[in-house]
Ligand binder design. Sequence first.
Ligand SMILES: Cc1cc2nc3c(=O)[nH]c(=O)nc-3n(C[C@H](O)[C@H](O)[C@H](O)COP(=O)(O)OP(=O)(O)OC[C@H]3O[C@@H](n4cnc5c(N)ncnc54)[C@H](O)[C@@H]3O)c2cc1C
Length: 348
Amino acid sequence: MFRTSDVVYDVAIVGAGIIGANVAAYASKAGLNCLVLDQSVLGTGASRPSLGLFFPYGRSSEVRDYAYQSQHFYSRVSSEYKWRLDAIGICDANSFHDVRARFCIPIADEGCLEQSMVRESVGLEIVGLDEKACFRIADCHRALPYKIAEQLLFASGVQIWEGARVDGLREHAVGTEITLADGRSIVAGAVILATGPWLPESLDLMTEKVHGLRIKKVVAFHVDIEPSERASLVYFFDEDAFLMPDHQQKKWLFSITSDVWGVKPDSSTLVISSEDRIAAYAILDRYAPSMMSQMNSGRVFCDAYSADRIPLVRSVADRVIACGAANGSGYRLAPGIAAHAMSLAIGR
Ligand SMILES: Cc1cc2nc3c(=O)[nH]c(=O)nc-3n(C[C@H](O)[C@H](O)[C@H](O)COP(=O)(O)OP(=O)(O)OC[C@H]3O[C@@H](n4cnc5c(N)ncnc54)[C@H](O)[C@@H]3O)c2cc1C
């Protein structure tokens, strides 16, 4: 074992994705001596392919709290990689009141935008809206999460070690000793594991099991139709899918919900399958059939999911905190998750 330095860091953050970067921002604000370790280069985990949609919504009060905190945090982040979005929600008229209650911001009572207004806002022929509630959603934005992560990390001034894979954690007199795959070791008073879809592997280092923590494939397609300048995002709540205008790339992004569980965060095995394409066609056929023939490419990776769909933020050993499992919403919830993780780490 090589001795790295005599420095004992206040906090070591394992994982430089959007959640680790948010934790670093809080650690720096608290004046802590902080080191961020990533096995790869910045922004190569789930945060790289992420569509970066933020909207102030949560199925449970816990998730709404995270979304609410994130909304405030992001409202203060200005970036060339973050864009405000007009957005329209669509759900079955009978479920409108339930959907509406899950927002952190008020949604108009009626939930009844005229179909022509939906088409005008989206700038596309959207069909299948009979018996549907269509409503405007405020405070949405999209971002490039890996760029926001870089921005937060660089602004925080924390030390960042890329190519530093953590493969051991053990108790130490003044905190935790972290061993790296390259044979070095360092000591930190608190450790925050923010390793995204690698979280189960990280917990194995602590021989800690979290019941129901699973990794699921996440898929989105690219539709080669240029969105109009003011095109709104459209979220299909019944299908948990959305169409997002990407003005920079001059295309639409179409996120669907995959049901493929138990995958590994390994790009060589995660591919878009014919089942994914069939699932996407079924939704487009229902709402936007003119897009089907232009769905030529896409992106796929995976994310960590928790059993109760509430992100995991928990002490897994003395002053070792695991955080993540944001269930496909890690950009949306990262600031709230990071604030909670930091409060556990510094005991507030
Ligand atoms: C296609 C796609 C679309 C998505 N769209 C959205 C969206 O619109 N809105 C939204 O909110 N969310 C979205 N998500 C989910 C979101 O991207 C993730 O929840 C989020 O990026 C997770 O961030 P993270 O920081 O936890 O993990 P990651 O970004 O995966 O970062 C974890 C980091 O830990 C590092 N690491 C792992 N193990 C070790 C180790 N042992 N030692 C050192 N480093 C290690 C990895 O290299 C990686 O950089 C999407 C995801 C995908 C795949």
